[in-house]
Design a protein around this ligand. Structure first.
Ligand code: HPA
Ligand code: ZN
Length: 319
């Protein structure tokens, strides 16, 4: 039996499959700008991060009620569990919903219901990470965090996502300081499209415990040495990197280089509905196109559990 996986880098809104987009549009009487499923699927062709984000945010228009968020998360947990995921720490983007008039409470109650149910139904434990949109003002992120902290809901951590270049981590120093002071675990997207310097800022200014993506660390040998020395987990997303043209092909992906360098690398799906598959699909394609071995898969699975924020008891049960 292979070791279960912990998925640590997955945006729940990025698991919104085309079929669910159409079903929720009908349920909520939202008019879609697509003729049919094929028309929508034909638009899943991206030239960079921003071209993906445009579609990702547009499709969220169908998410309106607590039930919608519960259905979305339940679908992800069912699919992830079937793919060997035993624990998941999932991002959600409150600002993208409250800006459309959806109450933060509805988002959290819906996701929270699915989180609780998935342990019993699928044996998959999970936690929520609130992701701050870095292309929105830090003040807006702070206001969102304040509202969230006032709701007294179980959120494990804080992350930073959306358009990276030109929106460095340092802009969010105060937001992350407040989140950490309130017990949230800190992670941030850095070094996906942005330079190695953003990875340094995430570590030194935001004081993150994990870096999401981080692949561009390879351009900076001193930074790699530090990440190895401190065993900072990097949540790498191979299919995402190909679809957003961070790398040319999966065969060119630096995953093995990163593993061989001693970096604490994990494999994740990022936005599985948009990038060609769930975490097990990432592994299957890595096996086929990068020649990933069973031993490397086991190392990556153990890394994911080690890099998770699960309790020691849960980690021991998964290993
Ligand atoms: N990068 C930045 N922001 C995101 C991503 C990503 O890969 N997916 C969803 N939001
Ligand atoms: Zn991401």
């Amino acid at each position: 039996m292979s070791t279960p996986l912990a998925e640590l880098h997955m945006h729940i809104e990025g698991s919104l499959e085309p079929e669910l987009i159409f079903a929720l549009a009908e349920r909520n009487k939202v008019e879609l700008p697509y003729r049919d499923l094929d028309d929508l699927r034909g638009r899943y062709e991206f030239s960079d991060l921003q071209s993906f984000l445009d579609l990702y945010f547009a499709n969220m228009a169908v998410l309106r009620t607590e039930q919608d968020f519960a259905d979305l998360a339940r679908a992800y947990f069912a699919r992830a569990a079937a793919g060997g995921v035993g624990h998941a720490e999932i991002f959600f983007n409150p600002q993208a919903h409250t800006a459309r008039g959806v109450p933060l409470r509805a988002v959290l109650d819906g996701l929270g219901d699915a989180v609780r149910a998935s342990a019993a139904e699928f044996g998959l434990t999970s936690d929520l990470i609130v992701a701050v949109l870095r292309d929105r003002p830090a003040e807006e992120g702070m206001a969102m965090l304040d509202e969230l902290l006032g709701l007294d809901v179980p959120v494990l951590g804080i992350g930073l996502d959306s358009a990276e270049v030109g929106n460095p981590p340092s802009l969010f120093e105060d937001v992350f300081a407040r989140a950490r002071a309130n017990g949230l675990r800190a992670v941030a997207h850095a070094g996906e499209e942005g330079p190695p310097e953003y990875i340094r800022q995430a570590l030194d200014v935001l004081k993150v415990e994990r870096v999401d993506h981080g692949v561009r660390c390879l351009e900076d040998a001193e930074l790699v040495a530090r990440l190895v020395e401190e065993q900072i987990p990097l949540t790498v997303c191979p299919l995402s990197n190909v679809r957003l043209r961070v790398v040319d092909t999966l065969a060119d992906h630096p995953l093995r280089t990163m593993l061989d360098a001693g970096l604490l690398v994990t494999v994740n799906s990022d936005d599985p509905a948009y990038f060609g598959g769930y975490v097990d699909d990432n592994f299957a394609r890595l096996q086929a196109e990068l020649g990933l071995t069973a031993e490397e898969r086991e190392t990556l699975a153990r890394n994911s559990i080690r890099a998770s924020f699960a309790s020691q008891e849960r980690k021991a049960a998964l290993l």
